[in-house]
Design a protein around this ligand. Structure first.
Ligand code: GEK
Length: 242
């Protein structure tokens, strides 16, 4: 049973920005399951994309790997030979825990963990790159550089799997989607206090872009095929193929 997320359950005396520390890493699987509609499906489909897009002797990257869930999905779906999966996260709490989790699976030899900032990572010979709810944590003006780096490190026909919280250009839709998203969280057992404290901790930490902004950025990076393949409320998953 994953440990229950109670990070925002008691009243905080001052507003502190959200960080991926020990307390968060300790309850992370429960936090994501109850906070991201479509998270489990995103992992299942990462395995599917891996099974079709993986190429012999290539690399796959999981950027912002947290506890390694997407890396494990890449490894489970992969049927190509000699694929090296590189998982990168700058939270030592996450990397330490993911090391223990991955060691207990059959994929310990194919997944390589790196504790580093994804903004400095070198991408090469990649058949797949995963950014599963990570790009949203970079400053908006830094996102294009990362996508350019990813595009140039991908092999022709290689894919980028991008999942994000998105914003809506239409104010009425933004309010509608936010309201239903909060209903989703309440339905999953989060109190009003937890929902509002987490929301305020994520302000200026998680900055969502609209689908149109993502599409334009991916086009500018050079991707030829760009499609939305899942969306639940304000959480969307996109595939972009070089
Ligand atoms: C999953 N992909 O389970 N460099 C490296 N890591 C970073 C950076 C950065 N600049 N910024 C944020 N992170 C995972 C879930 S969580 C999404 C990804 C969420 C890391 C951060 O430490 C955290 O582990 C991850 O990106 C984002 O499929 O919590 O909403």
């Amino acid at each position: 049973m994953p440990k229950r997320d109670t990070v925002f359950s008691t009243k905080k005396t001052k507003r502190e920005p959200f960080v991926f520390n020990e307390q968060v890493a300790d309850v992370f699987p429960d936090m994501l399951k109850r906070s991201i509609p479509g998270y489990d499906v995103s992992l299942q489909m990462i395995a599917l994309f891996s099974s079709r897009l993986g190429k012999n002797d290539s690399r796959m990257y999981d950027l912002g790997s947290s506890l390694g869930a997407a890396s494990l999905a890449l490894a489970e779906g992969n049927s190509a030979r000699n694929v090296r999966i590189i998982a990168v996260d700058n939270s030592l709490s996450m990397i330490r825990r993911s090391e223990k989790i991955i060691k207990k699976t059959a994929h310990g030899d194919s997944i390589h963990l790196i504790c580093a900032d994804i903004r400095g990572v070198k991408i090469e010979n990649a058949s797949l790159v995963v950014l599963n709810y990570t790009l949203q944590f970079l400053a908006p003006e830094e996102r294009m550089d990362l996508l350019n780096t990813i595009y140039s490190g991908l092999l022709p026909g290689g894919g980028l799997l991008l999942s994000e919280k998105i914003a809506f250009e239409d104010r009425e839709e933004q309010e509608f989607q936010t309201d239903w998203y909060h209903a989703f969280k309440a339905f999953n057992g989060y109190s009003k206090l937890e929902i509002s404290q987490k929301r305020s901790a994520l302000e200026n930490v998680l900055i969502p872009d609209s689908w149109q902004t993502h599409q334009l950025r991916l086009q500018n990076a050079g991707f030829e095929t760009i499609h939305l393949w899942q969306r639940f409320f304000s959480f969307a998953s996109i595939i972009a193929i070089k």
